[in-house]
Design a protein around this ligand. Structure first.
Ligand code: DQA
Length: 152
């Protein structure tokens, strides 16, 4: 692990999260992904961490980024969006690395359609946060900071 890794969390966002702000606002609210990035970055800075905040609509790119996070980050915050419910490849990428991953969803997936109740991420994640909207990213940062503090 390099020096940057010791102070960085990788925040990965999956498909359609680039549309936050206008996408199904009754479910996801009106806050944009850029606004989530700004508030999360400000919060992380208060805890002494930098964020590497990214979004992609492509499953394989998420796999590449999770692998990259194994050496570039101290922890990963992952909202894999719809791939949460479909991707064995993302499950396997998380299982292959030793960096803790916090699964985040803006909405309470358990209060929604049944196909959203299963996650390929949860059993390989350090923990899961869902239903708190953009605040979930803040909670995830605090969870990682707490975990890493406990480990040191
Ligand atoms: C989501 C929940 C997923 O079920 C959905 O496919 C998304 C967003 C959330 O943040 O609530 O795209 O991950």
């Amino acid at each position: 692990m390099n020096d940057t890794a010791s102070q960085t969390f990788l925040v990965l966002n999956g498909p359609n999260l680039n549309l936050l702000g206008t996408r199904e606002p009754e479910t996801y609210g009106s806050v944009t992904l850029s606004e989530i990035e700004a508030s999360s970055t400000a919060h992380a800075a208060q805890t002494g961490y930098a964020l590497d905040f990214r979004q992609t609509n492509i499953e394989g790119t998420l796999v590449d980024w999770i692998q990259e996070g194994a050496t570039s980050a101290k922890g990963i915050i992952l909202n894999a969006a719809a791939y949460t419910h479909t991707s064995v490849a993302i499950h396997d990428a998380i299982a292959a690395i030793n960096v803790p991953v916090v699964e985040v969803h803006l909405s309470n997936v358990f209060a929604r359609e049944e196909y959203r109740h299963h996650s390929y991420v949860s059993d390989v994640a350090a923990g899961v946060i869902c239903g708190f909207g953009p605040h979930g990213y803040i909670l995830a940062i605090d969870a990682l900071v707490g975990m890493l503090r406990d480990q040191s």
